[in-house]
Design a protein around this ligand. Structure first.
Ligand SMILES: Cc1ncc(COP(=O)(O)O)c(C=O)c1O
Length: 464
């Protein structure tokens, strides 16, 4: 059944908006229209995006941190074309997958202690591969995860989802998954002590929870507890990995960390081909799948396909050749220092934090005026639900694409391609500073939001 979208939106974008509305996700289109975030992006190159009106944007969202090399890099396109020209079988399951072996070897060079890779097509699948691996290798049922953790949206993933809103409609979930507070070693120990836990799954930095950094020595403490009680120490580097935080993986900032499983996704296929990997030790892989009766207990038809593996190989080469770790470190420091300096003392800015080019700007009133004293819950609700999206829309109008963390809307999460230039970082910092200079109090900001919602409603929730 054709759903009706507002006539104004239909007039502007007769095809893309209506078709998406009718055949993919109507509520999403509604939400974009409500916020005034409606744009149809049609071209992408490097750091830049263009919409169907020909307007140019700098992309500080980069596919939720999946476009580390920038959009459509020529080198990756060339490697794809070369791969297609070769006529190598793309999907092959009755012999060794030649390019999966090559990619496995390239990953092993970079992660010598984790020389085996289980390939999949998405971050979520790679997390499920880790959960299965842990259970099969340890013969224990339990998986421990942290409150605020985000690991994908499959049914297994939701069982380790640190946000109950996402779990609720899908219960009952996979049993024996236990939530602990992020950063709390005592709570973790209490669960691990029962020796029924197969693995502990954590993000080294919780991205969707608002770029939450682990307390000092937390990850090392988790590792020690895992070793003591026989659980696998599993790090989800889907968002933090592939040079985003300044090292190939975020855990490598700490020299004593030695995880049993590392999960890569998002940027592994250079944002062109979906591919992800679950890296582990040979003995763990063997315990789980190391016999002719078990070798096929994990996999999928499309996993390890040649095109994905070749693009991933080229992605790894470019991360090194372009020194993306170093660039993420330098630009990340510039971004954090720039935001801190420009927004220092701003009454609606609570914190700037992050690592490399995974940076969070936490918004919300820092002081207490009469409105906050009179209606603290309302102020909290407004801050949570409105501030980040409002700033995002204001930035979009200046040609800068950003979004708040998906589970924490008062934190603007900045994850540009790692190729971003110093001047582009300055542009973002100046724009955020300029916008927030106009609003040093929640009241005018709420009035602006209300006016915008009214204008959007009047316009028929227009895509602009
Ligand atoms: C840390 C983390 N793990 C897993 C996932 C799921 O990856 P995908 O969306 O590719 O399934 C995400 C997605 O944002 C993520 O941030």
């Amino acid at each position: 059944m054709t759903q009706s979208i507002p006539p104004s939106a239909r007039a502007e974008h007769p095809t893309a908006v209506q078709r998406y509305m009718d055949h993919v996700n109507p509520a999403f289109i509604q939400l974009l229209g409500t916020f005034g975030f409606g744009r149809v992006f049609v071209r992408a190159e490097g750091m830049k995006l263009w919409d169907d009106q020909g307007r140019e944007y700098l992309d500080f969202l980069a596919g939720f941190g999946a476009v580390n090399l920038g959009h459509n890099p020529t080198e990756l396109a060339t490697s794809l074309t070369r791969a297609l020209d070769d006529k190598h079988p793309n999907i092959m399951h009755v012999g060794p997958q030649v390019w999966a072996g090559e990619l496995g070897a390239a990953l092993a060079e970079r992660f010598p202690k984790l020389p085996v890779a289980l390939f999949s097509c998405s971050g979520g699948e790679a997390v499920e591969a880790a959960m299965k691996l842990a259970r099969a290798a340890t013969k224990r049922p339990g998986i421990v995860y942290a409150r605020g953790g985000f690991h994908g949206t499959g049914l297994g993933n939701l069982s380790v989802m640190g946000f109950s809103r996402w779990q609720k409609p899908f219960r009952p979930l996979v049993p024996d998954c236990h939530e602990v507070p992020f950063g709390d070693l005592e709570a973790l120990k209490a669960v691990l002590k029962k020796r029924k836990v197969a693995g502990v799954l954590l993000e080294p930095i919780q991205g969707e929870a608002g770029v939450l950094m682990p307390p000092g020595a937390y990850l090392a403490g988790v590792q020690a507890l895992c070793r003591k009680y026989g659980a696998l120490f599993m790090l989800d580097e889907v968002q933090t990995g592939l040079a985003r935080t300044g090292r190939l993986c975020s855990y490598q900032h700490e020299s004593d960390l030695d995880p049993d499983v590392v999960i890569l996704g998002k940027s592994l296929g250079g944002s062109l081909i979906p591919i992800s990997a679950t890296l582990t030790r040979m003995e763990i892989q063997k315990k789980a799948y190391g016999s002719v009766f078990k070798f096929d207990l994990h996999g999928s038809t499309l996993s390890g396909n040649a095109l994905g593996c070749r693009v991933a190989l080229e992605t790894l080469r470019l991360i090194d050749a372009w020194e993306l770790g170093e660039r993420a470190r330098t630009r990340g420091e510039q971004l954090q220092a720039g935001l801190e300096a420009r927004l220092s003392g701003h009454p609606l800015v609570r914190a700037v934090r992050g690592q490399g080019l995974l940076v969070g700007l936490e918004l919300g009133p820092t002081g207490s005026n009469w409105v906050q004293r009179l209606a603290p819950r309302l102020v909290k609700l407004l801050s949570r639900q409105v501030l980040g999206q409002w700033l995002s829309v204001r930035l979009l109008e200046r040609g800068l694409l950003t979004q708040p963390a998906s589970q924490q809307w008062d934190v603007l999460k900045l994850t540009p391609p790692l190729t971003v230039s110093a001047a582009e970082i300055d542009t973002l910092v100046d724009a955020i500073g300029d916008i927030l200079d106009e609003y040093r109090d929640l009241t005018p900001l709420v009035l602006d939001v209300t006016k915008r919602l009214g204008d959007q409603k009047k316009s028929g929730w227009l895509f602009r």
